[in-house]
Structures are given as structure tokens and as C-alpha cells.
Design a protein around this ligand. Structure first.
Ligand SMILES: Nc1ncnc2c1ncn2[C@@H]1O[C@H](COP(=O)(O)OP(=O)(O)O)[C@@H](O)[C@H]1O
Ligand SMILES: [Mg+2]
Length: 249
């Protein structure tokens, strides 16, 4: 990490990893083709908190994650993430915000097939100018892949590929980790390993939001948000979140 980024982090510790959404709405398209994806959503996530978002397909979960992470702009409402008000920012500024603050994990891993596990992580450090290339082996070891660093994605299992994608998401030392159905393509045993890594990332002080279809996976969260038709319909605190290693589905 460069000196400026370090200073930003230490000077901004309490804001690191926090998410505050107020009255957020988002519509895709216009006129007869308009689809309301989010309606008046409020959400707060504290640094170090793991929040699970549950809801049927089409309920707005991905849109919510994309608005938090600056992949898409909200139409209205206030979006304050990692101490920055990103409401109303233009795409270029959102891109910069994403690069500096957010790690994304997707259902289908999105690794570059022609690069090894190590190179898939290194390329993010190079493209963003954040993080430390020298730390990549350590990151791969932390996700249990030190002996797979020189394998290509096609030579790795789904769970191993998802672990590479988590190492990649953490390579820039992001304040937030946003995961969209991260276990959706995995079997139970490998899914558990992935959930354990998300839980560990939150315990390290990051805000972590995990979208899932899986009620059991949500047991590892500190808080569970339920969505229907673009609205948050329920919010439950888990007084005793389960250890990822202890759950089965
Ligand atoms: N790019 C898009 N263009 C038009 N409609 C979209 C787009 N993305 C999502 N939608 C619509 O917005 C609603 C919410 O979608 P989404 O956030 O993907 O839900 P979920 O992730 O819960 O399945 C759905 O009705 C979906 O069809
Ligand atoms: Mg989705």
C-alpha cells in the first residue's frame, strides 16, 4: 500500500468499512419499460460487520450490492460508503471509488482463464496501483492455495477458483467486501470454506455484504436483511452468528 493510502486508512479508521444507505431508489429503463429495482431502501453496516441479504430472484439484491459498490448509481437517496458520499457521482468517479475501496466476489468467479491463480491476483494489484504485489503469495496462502498458485483456473475446482477470487478481491486491501451469491455454484464443503473466508474478512474490520439464496449460509452473518420487490422487508440481528465451519446445508 502506498503512503497516501496508508494515511487515508489511519486517518479514517471509524469510517472504514461502514455503509449507510438512506431512502435509496433505483429504476432501470424508462416509460413502459421501466423496472423499479430498489424502492426507498435504508441500510447500515458497521465496520467489521457481516450482513447477509436474502430474497427471491428479482427482489433487488444484486442491484443493492451494485449501488453500494459503485457499479451502478442510485436514482435518489443517499449512499455513504467507506466515509464517502457517492450519491450522484458520475461513472468515472464511481470507478475510482470502487478501485480504492471495494472488493467484489461473484457467483461465477470471473477469473481470467489464461492467467494462473497468482497472476489473476497480481493483475489487480498492477491495474489498480493498490496493494502490494509482494503480498500475493501470502494472500494465496491465507485462502489455502499456496500449492495451487501456478495452476490455471481450469485446473482448479469451483471452490478453489472462488478462493482465488476472494484473494483477488482482498489484494487491494479494500474497506468493503461485497459478495453476490458467492456459494451459489459450489457444493457444501467448498462453500463452507468460502463462507469462512468472508467471515474472517469481516472480523478483520471490513464491512462485508453477502447476497445469498441460502438461509443456512445466512446463519454466519451478524445481521440478516430480507428483500422483496425492491424493498427491505425484515432485518434480524444474529446474537450468536454461527462459525462458518459449523453449518451444513
Ligand atoms: N440492467 C438491467 N436492466 C433492466 N432491468 C434490470 C437490470 N438489472 C436488473 N433488472 C431488474 O431489476 C429487478 C431487480 O434485479 P436484481 O437486482 O438483479 O435482483 P436479484 O439479484 O435479487 O435477483 C428485477 O426485476 C430485474 O429484472
Ligand atoms: Mg442477483
Amino acid at each position: 500500500m502506498n503512503e497516501k493510502a496508508k494515511a487515508d486508512h489511519t486517518g479514517n479508521d471509524r469510517a472504514r468499512g461502514a455503509i449507510i444507505l438512506r431512502g435509496v431508489s433505483k429504476t432501470y429503463g424508462s416509460g413502459d419499460a421501466a423496472v423499479r429495482a430498489l424502492t426507498d431502501v435504508d441500510l447500515s453496516v458497521r465496520p467489521g460487520e457481516l450482513v447477509a441479504v436474502l430474497g427471491a430472484s428479482g427482489s433487488g439484491k444484486t442491484t443493492l450490492l451494485n449501488v453500494i459498490g459503485g457499479i451502478e448509481a442510485a436514482d435518489s437517496g443517499s449512499v455513504i460508503v467507506a466515509g464517502q458520499d457517492i450519491s450522484g457521482r458520475k461513472p468515472a468517479a464511481l470507478g475510482e471509488f470502487r478501485r480504492d475501496h471495494v472488493g467484489f466476489v461473484f457467483q461465477f468467479f470471473n477469473l481470467i482463464p489464461t492467467l494462473t491463480a497468482r497472476e489473476n491476483v497480481e493483475v489487480i494489484v498492477e491495474l489498480t496501483g493498490r496493494g502490494d504485489r509482494g503480498r500475493v503469495p501470502e494472500l494465496l496462502a491465507a485462502v489455502g492455495l499456496d500449492d495451487r498458485a501456478d495452476h490455471f483456473p481450469a485446473q482448479l475446482s469451483g471452490g478453489q477458483q472462488q478462493r482465488v477470487s476472494i484473494a483477488r478481491a482482498l489484494a487491494t486491501d479494500p474497506d468493503l467486501l461485497l459478495a453476490d451469491e458467492p456459494t451459489g455454484a459450489l457444493d457444501v464443503a467448498t462453500g463452507q470454506g468460502v463462507l469462512a473466508l468472508l467471515q474472517r474478512a469481516s472480523r478483520a474490520g471490513r464491512g462485508v455484504v453477502m447476497v445469498t439464496h441460502n438461509e443456512v449460509a445466512a446463519a454466519i452473518a451478524d445481521r440478516v436483511i430480507r428483500m422483496r420487490d425492491g424493498r427491505v422487508t425484515a432485518e434480524d440481528v444474529n446474537a450468536n452468528p454461527a462459525a462458518a465451519e459449523s453449518i451444513r446445508w
